[in-house]
Design a protein. Sequence first.
Length: 276
Amino acid sequence: MIHPLCSEMAYDWRVENKNKPYCENRPPPSPFPSPPSPCNPVICEIIKHEMFKKCHQKIPPEPFYKACKFDACHMPDSNISCSSLETYALMCAEASICFDWRNLTNGQCAYKCPENKVYKPCGPTIVESCNAGYNNKLKEQCKGGAACSGTMEGCFCPEGKILFGPDSNTCVSSCCAGPAGEPKQIGDTWKSGCKQCTCDKDTLSVVCQPIVCPTQKPIKCTQDGEVLVNQTVNCCQELSCECDKNRCSSPTQMCEPGFELKVQVSNESCCPVYSC
């Protein structure tokens, strides 16, 4: 847009030209553009909030404040201004100054967590799991290290729960694992081999006992060819009478003259039945 003063000066410099009579008309004055409204995003004021006071003494907030205002005033995505707040809060946390600043943003810079986890602004940098070996390795690496005693924000298991494994996102109330390594809840029972296992509520661990087999009544095999067999069924010993045709008695029946010996095999009996 041409400034009105420039327009007036251009008319004073005109040269008469009969072939261009329209140049004799003075151009209408252009309206002055309204000055841009000042941009003062409220969210950036959080950096100067009383909550950050201790951090101000260690990390100057002004560069982050200016970056936040630039993002909020010039970037199409209004949430991008959260990045300056996040960066400043992260540096404060590294200086052992941690607090929940996101509550001041009225949800604009909310931190979303999955349903099974909760947000913590000052969670631990070292997260243990049910894997004892992994936990011991972490503790060994952290001996004398200040980084392991710091805090960080993120999504963590709720109070009373722990990660099932170092690479797992499952939070459990106990470290019970089933036969396939799957997590088990307190009170769950299952069979593993010939043992009955449960996730014990007192020890919060797996307790297994041998399967209790029912007492079997004595069995007598009285049919011809039957033998007593002891088999293992579902981890328990079971006695049964089974047919062994090699033990069948030889036929002793004699037929009168004119009759012949007939052999009849039946599924109901182990040995053949002879008749004349």
